[in-house]
Ligand binder design. Structure first.
Ligand code: 13P
Length: 287
């Protein structure tokens, strides 16, 4: 069932668990995440970066693929298609194309401009029943060529953005995309606590879900995180399984070169990773 992410995240915040956002890159990825969610009876958010949207053929293609798959595979759990780290223009494109949720990442603008653009997009998204995420404080690491420093958000700025009527808020708390360096200082729970105190019931979003120790994830959930984004970890498990298949020479045997066979181990690996994350996030049987 294709829905906005508002209700699933409000329920998650009230119930002290988090819904996973798993980024998709192709048909196999999409099917793996949707089937994992259905088997776990868990709500799920499919994240689509601008780069992945372009790679898959465009936003209309993504909406068509996901909607068709929900129907054909009898997916009854709540599913949101969400633009990840969207620019101002691409938020409009996704709203038009039929996404059920968008993230406007205005974190690199001065706060006044972030506020003005977010406010405008809140009205455009809500006019179509679409949920909207905004970001304060850039998230470190590299995402589609955009490199953030991993700063901690200013809680007062978070409140100013939260008050614009957004549905959930991503705030930098020392998290970064991709693998964490060995000398990573960890998440700033002090910042998270201050943000949650000022933003009340607003579901908070933790980006950079790959490689954060389980205890830190659980503490973040206890302090108001209701959505956790995972991308790199699915890529790593997909790549490892595919490499293992090729190195075993299976692609040279019989019909091993058939793309349906070649991509099958990667598909299973993503499905297993997603299921494992849902267990850690506590979203199983919450559909
Ligand atoms: P990772 O790639 O670190 O899992 O982060 C994903 C993310 O935050 C997408 O917005």
């Amino acid at each position: 069932m294709l829905v906005s992410a508002t209700e699933m995240l409000q329920k998650a915040k009230a119930g002290h668990y988090a819904v996973g956002q798993f980024n998709i890159n192709n048909l196999e990825w999409t099917k793996a995440v949707l089937l994992a969610a259905q088997e776990n009876n868990s709500p799920v958010i499919l994240g689509v970066s601008e780069g992945a949207g372009k790679y898959m053929g465009g936003y209309n293609t993504v909406v068509g693929m996901v909607s068709g798959m929900i129907k054909d595979q009898n997916i009854t759990v709540p599913v949101a298609i969400h633009l990840d780290h969207g620019s101002y223009d691409h938020c409009y494109k996704c709203i038009e194309a039929g996404f059920s949720s968008v993230m406007f990442d205005g974190s690199h603008y001065p706060i006044e401009e972030n506020i003005a653009k977010t406010k405008e997009l809140v009205a455009a998204a809500h006019a179509k029943g679409i949920s909207i995420e905004a970001e304060v404080g850039s998230i470190g690491g590299e995402e589609d060529g955009v490199i953030g420093a991993g700063e901690c958000a200013d809680p007062a700025e978070c409140k100013a953005i939260a008050d614009l009527g957004i549905d959930f808020l991503a705030a930098g708390i020392g998290n970064i995309h991709g693998k964490y360096p060995a000398n990573w200082a960890g998440l700033s729970f002090e910042t998270l606590d201050a943000i949650q105190q000022l933003t009340g019931d607003m579901p908070l979003v933790l980006h950079g879900g790959t490689g954060i120790p389980t205890e830190m994830i659980q503490k973040a959930i206890s302090l108001g995180v209701a959505k956790i984004n995972v991308n790199t970890e699915c890529q790593l498990s997909f790549a490892a399984a595919t490499r293992k298949y090729i190195e075993a020479g299976k692609d040279l045997e019989g019909k091993g070169f058939d793309p349906r066979k070649l991509l099958a181990p990667g598909f299973e690996a993503i499905k297993a990773t997603v299921k494992e994350k849902m267990e850690i996030f506590g979203s199983i049987d919450k559909a």
